[in-house]
Design a protein around this ligand. Structure first.
Ligand code: ADP
Ligand code: MG
Length: 271
């Protein structure tokens, strides 16, 4: 049995029932020219508090998988359970962060963060403080009354992350959230995400194109095949936490990255 790490779930010991259980999950889009099978017969389980990345080449079905897990897209066959119950549509238990922060330009940061609360007709007053606290946690407390155009891309994506967290979801679904940021900002965002994750104990499913990002962040990495997307292999990343950027230069990190590289190369590379 592996030792239990301080800020991560032991991936081998008794983890209780999974938060997500997908069985025989397939998704075929119906188009004018026939069907496009994006996902085919996926079986996987994700446990409470885990950080799991999904990596695979463009068009292999990563975003499709995320939208299915968010309840935003119906699947074709198989089953998906969230917390032991069949997933039938969007749920406050799961929040999504997309690659583009999609902030409303005419609303202040605080009001952007409170958007899902307003949308779900929850009592705004009782969420105002937690929204302000979360903005403080990501270093934006001086910006609560500012507008999105006054922020850098990294800051905007922090707001999108806070907006997802304000509903206190159990599951955070992230679709290449830092893909549009420059390399330095992206590294900072990765560190910040790990800090938030270790404090908030959310379960995270993180989609990325970057092998280094997947290894750096994750407890496990799901490597997908080319379309129709199936699971090529699931790799457990047994690197100590908390992780520092310097861990990227270690031999163990390099071995995980090389393993993922060879899996993706076997699918015809990343593009
Ligand atoms: N709404 C749609 N209708 C038809 N085909 C789609 C639709 N959305 C995605 N696809 C197709 O499904 C496949 C998987 O897409 P996607 O999940 O976006 O992949 P990824 O995020 O890995 O790049 C692609 O071949 C894409 O063209
Ligand atoms: Mg995508």
């Amino acid at each position: 049995m592996k030792p239990v790490r301080a800020d991560s779930l032991d991936t081998s010991a008794d983890r209780g029932p999974p938060l997500i259980r997908a069985h025989g999950l397939s998704k075929t889009y119906i188009t004018d020219s026939g069907g496009v099978t994006a996902l085919k017969s996926l079986d996987f389980e994700i446990y409470d508090g885990e950080f799991v990345s999904v990596i695979g080449q463009s068009g292999c079905g990563k975003s499709t998988l995320l939208k299915v897990l968010a309840g935003l897209l119906p699947y074709t066959t198989g089953s998906v359970e969230l917390n032991g119950k069949p997933l039938r549509g969007p749920t406050p238990q799961a929040a999504v962060v997309f690659q583009s922060p999609v902030l409303l330009p005419w609303r202040t940061l605080l009001d952007n963060v409170l958007l899902p609360i307003e949308f779900r007709k929850l009592p705004m007053a009782s969420y105002r403080q937690s929204a302000a606290d979360l903005l403080e946690m990501v270093g934006l407390s001086d910006f609560t009354q500012r507008y999105p155009f006054e922020l850098s891309g990294g800051m905007q994506q922090r707001v999108a992350l806070v907006r997802a967290l304000v509903q206190d979801p159990r599951l955070l679904l992230m679709d290449e959230p830092f893909g549009a940021l420059d390399a330095m900002t992206r590294e900072q965002m990765n560190l910040e995400l790990l800090r938030i994750w270790s404090h908030s104990r959310k379960t995270v499913i993180f989609i990325t194109h970057s092998i280094a990002e997947a290894v750096f962040l994750s407890d496990r990495v799901i490597a997908m095949t080319a379309r129709p997307g199936t699971i090529a292999e699931v790799i457990t990343i047994d690197l100590p936490r908390p992780r520092a950027l310097s861990s990227i230069n270690t031999e163990r990190f390099g071995r995980y990255a090389a393993k993922l590289r060879s899996l993706l190369d076997a699918q015809g590379g990343m593009f």
